[in-house]
Design a binder for this molecule. Sequence first.
Ligand code: CXF
Ligand code: ZN
Length: 372
Amino acid sequence: SLRPGVITCKAAVAYGAGQPLVIEEVEVSPPQPNEIRIKVVCTSLCGSDVGAWLSQSLFPRIFGHEASGIVESIGEGVTEFKEGDHVLTLFTGECKRCKQCTSDKGNACQNLGLERRGIMHSDQKTRFFVRGAPVFHFCAVSSFSEYTVVHTGCAAKVDLSAPLEKICLLSCGIASGLGAAWNVADVSKGSTVVIFGLGAVGLAAAQGAKLRGASRIIGVDINPRKAEQAMKFGVDEYLNPKDLDEPISQVIKRITEGGADYCFECTGDVSVVTTALQSCCDGWGTTVTLGVPRGKPEITAHYGLLLTGRTLKGTMFGGWKPKSDIPLLVYRYLKKEILVDEFVTHDLQFEEINKAFDLMKGGECLRCVIHM
Ligand code: CXF
Ligand code: ZN
């Protein structure tokens, strides 16, 4: 006998670091005040899901934070969404009231920002249960479930005509890369850009730089297979640090006459932050970090790199105001101004979700879209 409003459905539950997910029946609580319950339609796998699965210790847990879906039911006080609305989930939300949300300078919402404890923002509880025991959330989204509950501030309503099996990519990775180039670096026409890490996020940053008129985009990755598809996203030249017998920053400084205008760190290896700073030019060279480190998060660099005028900028979700801006990015996709479909390298059924984890771990995909 279920509590009123509870539904049961299938979810992929992680029971331990690096252990294959188990698809099983979960109970999903009804949406609480200011929450909505979503029927997840598609969810793509992001490197951060794999990173957290491999390195964190909060289990059992339902991962997934890059998703599209349809509103199934709404909680008390919800006026902004109705059953049937199409939404993208937001791993970092927007309350529209706090100091961050009311400033146009940033997007780190103080109420609905990145949730790291595996619970819901509003009551510090979970909405998932397996055999009566609570299951932790991920980023207050947990999209590896046929149904999930999110705060209204952690969902963006999108155009009904937009294909949910593609726009799920705009829920995290692709939006983050484009935003890093446009909002954070503000790449200018004719500039030289270096992208460290040619996964989906790095290639989205490359696309953003290209659309701004960058004249030279150099892609760097230790996996030569990453070079294959890089050109269609704007990368002009590929460098593999493993093929070089001098430091990559030295090569970049030489071929760019002193360093790049902009570098983007999209690997999550903190030592690459230093390399990126060393690869941008004196005076105005700017490094933007997008990668999410799995291990030791400390960075080190010679202070002289800053004394000579470089800037190091961090970003979360490409600086986008998630609820306000993401629907507009969906329109830009519908108008064919940005590439999204091209990032989908694999379409998988929900039952095959562990294959998506293997592909991401092995650096063999850009984005796997999981169809629920
Ligand atoms: C990440 C940011 C760091 C924690 C997990 C989610 N964002 C997107 O991938
Ligand atoms: Zn992500």
